[in-house]
Design a protein around this ligand. Sequence first.
Ligand SMILES: NC(=O)c1ccc[n+]([C@@H]2O[C@H](COP(=O)([O-])OP(=O)(O)OC[C@H]3O[C@@H](n4cnc5c(N)ncnc54)[C@H](O)[C@@H]3O)[C@@H](O)[C@H]2O)c1
Length: 368
Amino acid sequence: MKTTAKVRVGVVGAGGGAGSGMVRTVLSSEETTLVAVAEVAEEKRKRLLAELTVPVYQDYRELLAREDIDLVVNSTPNFVHAEVAIAALNSGKYVFSEKPMGMNPAEISAILQAERESGRVCQINFEMRYSLMSRRIREIIEAGEIGEVMNIHFVHNCGGVGFVKKPGDWRGDPAMVGGYFIEEGCHRLDLFRYYMGLDPESVLAVPAPNLRGPDGWHRGYREPACTLCFFPGGKLAQLTTIQHLGVHPVETPGMEPELGHEYGIKVVGSEGGIRADFWRSFIQIVYFAGREGNTRLKRTESYQGLALNSLHHDSRGFFMDFVKRIRKAHPPFMTAADSARTMAVVFACESSLLSGQPVPVDYTFIPG
Ligand SMILES: NC(=O)c1ccc[n+]([C@@H]2O[C@H](COP(=O)([O-])OP(=O)(O)OC[C@H]3O[C@@H](n4cnc5c(N)ncnc54)[C@H](O)[C@@H]3O)[C@@H](O)[C@H]2O)c1
């Protein structure tokens, strides 16, 4: 839709954490205008009515029926994503939908089909690959600085004091949240594909002991301690995580204060490597020197002083990038089919976590 006009936006699930952020983003940009929002929860609707000057619908289908909306932001819980995304595409809107793309392969194929038939574009909010430090890592790889990527190791421990299960929270219900990889690990699996430039052939996910007990912080899913993604040519990516037991002391400068959140990655190539700590905001690039292969520091890039969200969680930047591309009729930063391939890995990991066995990744539900 090549245009110089503002992109007209409707936000579904506007009263939640993610939705409120998107409403603020839309209101604060000169390239977008907020036309309407939808929210099922009555209390949140009242708050939205008090705060906003646009219509607030209970039923998102009323929002979709409006012809003065170009782009729908889908910030509903996981189990609602596919329904809203498909209906929005069918009503001729562009879609910016929260991750996960859907709960199962059937939902993903239905979104891809709706996208094809509508001629519109659906971008899934895998914002981590767009965020500054993640993109920088990819640039370093693409520039050939570390040779061929052979191995990736991600450590992600959220910490947990901040995650208290609230009554009625959809994240506490397995049928609504889907699983650890569907809700949380999908970001890391997406970065594995992004950095390897390849799709894994199979995966193995090993469960973590449930140290906090069934009524601790958690969300409604089993957690993996270790997840392996096997890529062609013997290349390997590994995710280590015990979500609720972050071990970075909360006193560490720059840390998300209440969590003890630990978030780092190592990418090992044939000629060197990358070490990045997203909370401490640095990337180190090393090279293997001489016949002995000593590891030497090439340089350290520091991103301290920049907003932490822009470094690895830049939903705002990713959304605005999508808006700019819609206005120029350019393809999205990340296509829905690409997101679908990450979801194929996600579903294989969920299945492996339950069976304890390696599982081949099935990409056959994704056309092309
Ligand atoms: N990309 C990221 O890094 C990131 C970060 C946070 C959340 N998320 C995702 O965003 C989504 C929302 O998360 P959240 O933390 O904001 O959850 P939330 O529960 O705070 O918000 C969801 C909102 O959607 C509303 N809702 C539910 N069904 C609806 C429907 N049919 N129509 C209209 N509104 C409806 C709920 O009442 C609630 O206000 C989740 O899928 C989550 O995984 C992604």
